[in-house]
Ligand binder design. Structure first.
Ligand code: SF4
Length: 339
């Protein structure tokens, strides 16, 4: 089944639910456990060659969304179209073939590499899975080339992960993702486990590879500075939903959703220190097991009104390409005025 659309990736009303753990109370009462709505009704598009930054607090569902798009976690509802193919309708064999074109770079280079395998085996595995190399010698040649491309040395091919630094291990993870020449990569917090001094090198590497290999990224991060630096567009996620999305300049310089405004207020202004008022959100991110009614942000929103408690806001386009889900977005009032 195909869908002739221009974007490389189109996500339509995607949801991912998990059944919560059955508690003693559930057993006594004979009730079913609550459902965790990790991703709720998310729609977005990514053009070929674009970087869409996905930002939000830890636990908001960013990584689950990335994995549901790749079907590493099976979506509960909705569709994912990739280059005209309905990813959600594919059988196991077709999905395996498509995985060559859609890859992921994981957050934790320590945990994502098998410590008992050499770099040749780790990076070479996708070549055999996708029939891109027939012999070990052929695979070693390709792996050696990709190692050089990600800033490692070809003569490191027989080493094990523990013989590398954190930044080098992330380079191995990047090499593994790129060796099958994908078109689209979910970068799932690829620098947040690294030392600050190494982060800039890995970000620059990802930008260079994107340019040289014509890649398209969904770049997940909780760091708004990183997202602002490399993204073309930004999507802001709160409790499993996209609350604001648009071109990076528009969203980060004129955030319209109170949650985005709060995130932005926490970013230090280098050229004008002290210009920003910082808005501290009260309370923790609510549990997706029992999300607030109405607008899910109303329990922490400095601008909340009665309507927000009962009515979920619809997503509206306020400027070309810039969409927001907030009852008060039209008023132009900001959380900074309330701080
Ligand atoms: Fe705040 Fe209400 Fe807007 Fe939600 S809808 S972000 S609670 S003002």
């Amino acid at each position: 089944m195909t869908h002739d659309t221009a974007p490389l990736l189109r996500v339509e009303n995607l949801s991912k639910n998990y059944l919560g753990r059955r508690t003693l109370g559930d057993r006594i009462a004979g009730t079913e456990p609550l459902t965790v709505r990790a991703v709720n009704n998310v729609s977005l598009e990514i053009e070929r060659g674009e970087i869409l930054g996905l930002i939000g607090e830890s636990g908001c569902g960013k990584s689950t969304l990335g994995r549901a798009i790749l079907r590493l976690h099976e979506p509960s509802a909705g569709k994912v179209w990739f280059g005209g193919t309905d990813v959600t309708a594919l059988g196991a064999e077709e999905l395996k073939a498509l995985r060559r074109r859609m890859q992921i770079i994981f957050q934790d280079p320590y945990a994502s590499l098998n410590p008992r395998r050499t770099v040749a085996e780790i990076v070479g595995l996708p070549l055999f899975l996708h029939g891109l190399a027939k012999t070990k010698a052929e695979a070693r040649d390709i792996v050696a080339q990709i190692l050089e491309k990600v800033g490692l040395k070809a003569n490191q091919i027989d080493r094990y992960p523990h013989q590398f630094s954190g930044g080098q291990r992330q380079r191995i993870g990047i090499a593994r993702a790129l060796v099958s020449h994908p078109e689209f990569i979910v970068c799932d917090e690829p620098v947040s486990a690294l030392d600050v001094s190494i982060q800039a090198q890995i970000i620059q590497l990802l930008m260079d590879l994107k340019r040289d290999m014509g890649l398209t990224y969904l770049f997940i991060s909780h760091d708004i500075s990183v997202i602002g630096y490399l993204s073309n567009r930004v999507a802001v996620m709160y409790l499993g939903e996209i609350v604001e999305m648009g071109p990076v300049d528009s969203v980060l310089s004129r955030p319209r959703h109170p949650y985005t405004q709060s995130l932005m207020s926490a970013v230090p202004e280098v050229d004008e220190p002290g210009r920003h008022q910082r808005v501290r959100l009260t309370g923790d991110l609510p549990s997706p097991l029992n999300p607030p009614s109405g607008c899910k942000f109303h329990t922490r929103c400095p601008l909340a009104i009665d309507r927000c408690k009962s009515e979920a806001p619809k997503t509206e386009m306020l400027e070309p390409g810039h969409q927001v889900a907030c009852h008060r977005a039209h008023e132009g009032v900001t959380v900074l005025e309330q701080a």
